[in-house]
Design a protein around this ligand. Structure first.
Ligand code: FAD
Length: 382
């Protein structure tokens, strides 16, 4: 079904980005997956071609477009399974914090470089002892003269090895009551003494991503590196999570499409009992159901994209989309793997990778259980 949310300019951008992906990204995916990270040169090329700041203000080097351009980038990367190149994390999740809450000096210092692909971004919220319960983070950023001194450990941090600048969630007032009022966001450059990269973690899926541990050991940064007001970190995080969760919905549906297309092709080619397995009613019913759900999911995500571009408060709805699309992705990749038979279990068939990659979608950017808590709260239940 033709999607009616994109203008002619969006479609031109998609064609342009698809050409870039086919030439500069897709051929490198196997190497990135083997190495567990992307490469800086590709980021620079993406920046030089204007693919990192489509939605960012012109005055800092962006193209001043809307969020639909970023959605296109996510969809095209999902189409070639280029999970290693986390443009969405960089441009749609991290950069908006600096653009929205940064001082003029911070914006001038970091935003043009980020849009050019020279300064790669990450966000460090999760710690070994706390993920969902963000208000309980233990990393501290305590004042000492004109500096904050950071101490603590973070884990599961995307872009952990390749990143140059991290938005660190830390307690500037560990005694604050309620605890979330003691949280601030601090910008930490990876070159700062006391910033230590830990292990690149060995994962089930998303093998091209450099998900890592980070440590802060008496890491001193100027007070002016704080984003927004002291104690305002939690509020800023809540404000930006809508977009982060919408990104997951967009990428989930795009990944579903890819897995479905490959499976449709496979069932036409694979024969059993003298006929293509596509002829079995079970195959037809399964794929008919999954194709229906992908279209239904796409319709909802498209509606949310338009609402997000308008600036509506759709926290409940993006939470609904996040849990629903990611559960669909997990179910769809499992069913599609089953239709591949034993080959589905072999690493040489991308569906095996799709199945492993899908597992994390219901965990990060807020677990699906947390999504349901948000929805329930907004329904007036507790
Ligand atoms: C590949 C990958 C990349 C990531 N990238 C980043 C990153 O770049 N930056 C970053 O900061 N973090 C990142 N994360 C971390 C991710 O956001 C957390 O793993 C996630 O928020 C869950 O936290 P947790 O792992 O501590 O699980 P926990 O919070 O310990 O949850 C364990 C289980 O308990 C459930 N649970 C917890 N609280 C409740 C509740 N109140 N009610 C019901 N159930 C509950 C959860 O839903 C879950 O099923 C990444 C994780 C992965 C796997």
């Amino acid at each position: 079904m033709r999607r009616d949310i994109f203008s002619e300019e969006h479609e031109l951008f998609r064609a342009q980005f698809r050409r870039f992906v086919e030439k500069e990204v897709e051929p490198k995916v196997p190497e990135w997956n083997a190495r567990g990270m992307s490469d800086r040169e590709t980021w620079r090329r993406a920046g030089a071609e204007g693919f990192l700041g489509a939605n960012q203000p012109v005055e800092y080097g962006g193209a001043g477009g809307d969020f639909l351009y970023d959605a296109i980038v996510m969809e095209e990367l999902a189409r070639v399974r280029a999970h290693a190149l986390m443009i969405s994390l960089h441009s749609d999740i991290c950069l908006p914090y600096v653009v929205s809450f940064g001082s003029e000096e911070q914006k001038r210092r970091y935003v043009p470089g980020a849009i050019a692909g020279e300064i790669l971004l990450g966000i460090a919220m999760t710690e070994p002892g706390t993920g969902s319960d963000l208000a309980s983070v233990q990393t501290r950023a305590l004042r000492d003269g004109g500096h904050y001194v950071l101490n603590g450990a973070k884990t599961f941090i995307s872009n952990g090895q390749i990143g140059d600048l991290f938005i660190v969630v830390a307690k500037t007032d560990p005694e604050a009551k309620p605890p979330h009022k003691g949280i601030s966001l601090i910008l930490v450059e990876a070159s700062t003494p006391g910033f230590v990269r830990g292990r690149k973690l060995d994962k089930l899926g998303l093998r091209g991503q450099d998900t890592s541990e980070l440590f802060f050991q008496d890491c001193r940064v100027p007070i002016s590196n704080r984003l927004g007001g002291e104690g305002q970190g939690f509020r800023m995080l809540m404000e930006k999570l809508q977009q982060e969760r919408l990104c997951i919905g967009v990428a989930s549906i795009a990944s579903c499409r890819r897995a479905l297309e490959d499976t449709l092709q496979y069932v036409r080619e694979r024969h059993a009992f003298g006929q293509p397995i596509a002829r079995f009613q079970n195959t037809q019913f399964k794929l008919a159901e999954l194709a229906s759900e992908v279209e239904i999911g796409q319709a909802f995500v498209d509606k949310l994209l338009l609402a997000h571009v308008r600036g509506d408060d759709i926290v409940s709805e993006v939470s609904m989309a996040k849990w629903w699309t990611t559960e669909l992705q997990k179910r769809l990749t499992s069913e599609c793997l089953q239709l591949h038979g034993g080959y589905g279990f072999m690493r040489e068939y991308p569906i095996s990778e799709d199945y492993a990659d899908a597992a994390v979608q219901s965990i990060y950017a807020g677990t699906n259980e947390v999504m349901k808590l948000i929805i329930a709260r907004r329904l007036g239940l507790g």
